[in-house]
Design a protein around this ligand. Structure first.
Ligand code: KG4
Ligand code: ZN
Length: 336
């Protein structure tokens, strides 16, 4: 089965064609970083307009790379949530139009679940369930017990900022461009990660939950002082030390809670998903501190938002329950 996957939940317009849930024939992503950079974050109205402009060129490029015609597609998969409503509708209506015009089935896919599938489709080994899912993205910081593909139990999530959001906000405080994650990671390489005594967020009564807003405020206080009046200017080395200290504390917090959850729920395999899993310091940390756990990371091009994870998961959903009706809704939030 050749499955087209369409992704437009936030600020990437992406199409991919995947054969039988795993073999990627084309994976085209049009990023909107250039558009949103000057505002320091995603501007939804601008994101929607750009999705409209580029979705058909991205689709054409995807078909050309896969050397397939539209008529050779067997299924149209689309991320129908969670995400920005206007952005979602553009991908969804494109998918519905293709489904109707080509007479091919349509399937809606949960974007967050697809982030976890990205790691599963990147490995040839059969995964032993149950395993632990760790979603680290711009919108989510979530630990899930994966009983089987499509069967999840929510273990914990963030009570305020998501981890990617925290990277982006800290980058803004340090005057680094959007998106902040890769900038912080690069700057941290030159910094002393123990210079600033920042504290990880704890959630009273819920030891596995995450909280990053206090850590972000700790960075702000280090720069501006507690009343915002500190004027001593931060030089490049100070910024690098602060970036490294923030990253150390944030990533260690994720490591510690993940290891506890894996232990509590008898999971020896960890399945990672989301844009923050692109971070090499995170991957190294788990390799060094949790060598007893089998870590499955998304393969190249599958950490950040992409259409391949949508097509791959769409294939399994379709085999399990058939297609969705043409009145499939876009959902800004989906509970696990
Ligand atoms: O999964 P994703 O592409 O979109 C959402 O579904 O949110 O994740 C985007 C997030 C952004 O917050 C970005 O700063 C972060 O992933 N990110 C990183 C890195 N690359 C992207 N965070 C830390 N280190 C990175 N190398
Ligand atoms: Zn995402």
């Amino acid at each position: 089965m050749y499955v087209l996957g369409i992704e437009s939940t936030c600020d990437e317009t992406a199409c991919s064609i995947v054969h039988a849930g795993k073999e990627i024939l084309a994976n085209v992503v049009s990023s909107q970083i250039d558009l949103h950079e000057q505002y320091g974050g995603v501007v939804p109205e601008l994101a929607c307009r750009r999705h409209i402009d580029v979705i058909l060129p991205v689709l054409k490029e995807c078909l050309a790379q896969a050397r397939l015609q539209l008529t050779q597609l067997d299924l149209i998969a689309v991320a129908n949530g969670p995400g920005l409503i206007g952005a979602l509708l553009i991908g969804l209506n494109t998918a519905k139009s293709l489904s109707l015009a080509l007479g091919k089935p349509l399937i809606g896919v949960n974007h967050v679940e697809a982030h976890l599938y990205a790691a599963l489709m990147s490995h040839s080994e059969e995964v032993q369930f149950p395993c632990l899912g760790i979603v680290l993205s711009g919108g989510h910081t979530t630990l899930l017990k994966i009983e089987a593909l499509g069967r999840y139990a929510l273990l914990s999530e963030t009570v305020d900022d998501a981890i990617g959001e925290a990277f982006d906000k800290v980058a803004k405080i340090l005057d680094l461009p959007y998106p902040g994650g890769p900038q912080i990671e690069a700057l941290a390489l030159q910094g002393d990660a123990h210079r600033f005594p920042l504290k990880p967020g704890k959630v009273k009564g819920s030891p596995l939950h995450f909280s990053f807003s206090g850590l972000k405020t700790g960075v702000l206080y280090a720069v501006k002082g507690q009343n915002g009046a500190q004027t001593n200017s931060f030089n490049q080395q100070d910024k690098a030390d602060l970036a490294a200290s923030f990253q150390r504390v944030a990533l260690n917090d994720i490591l510690e809670k993940t290891v506890i959850a894996a232990h509590q729920h008898n999971c020896s395999t960890l399945v990672f998903g989301g844009g923050v899993t692109h971070n090499n310091a995170l991957r190294r940390l788990f390799g060094e501190k949790a060598p007893h756990l089998n870590c499955l990371w998304p393969g190249p091009g599958l950490s950040l938002d992409n259409g391949a994870m949508i097509a791959g998961l769409g294939y399994h959903k379709f085999l399990e329950k058939g297609g969705d009706p043409l009145d499939l809704d876009a959902l800004t939030r989906i509970a696990f």
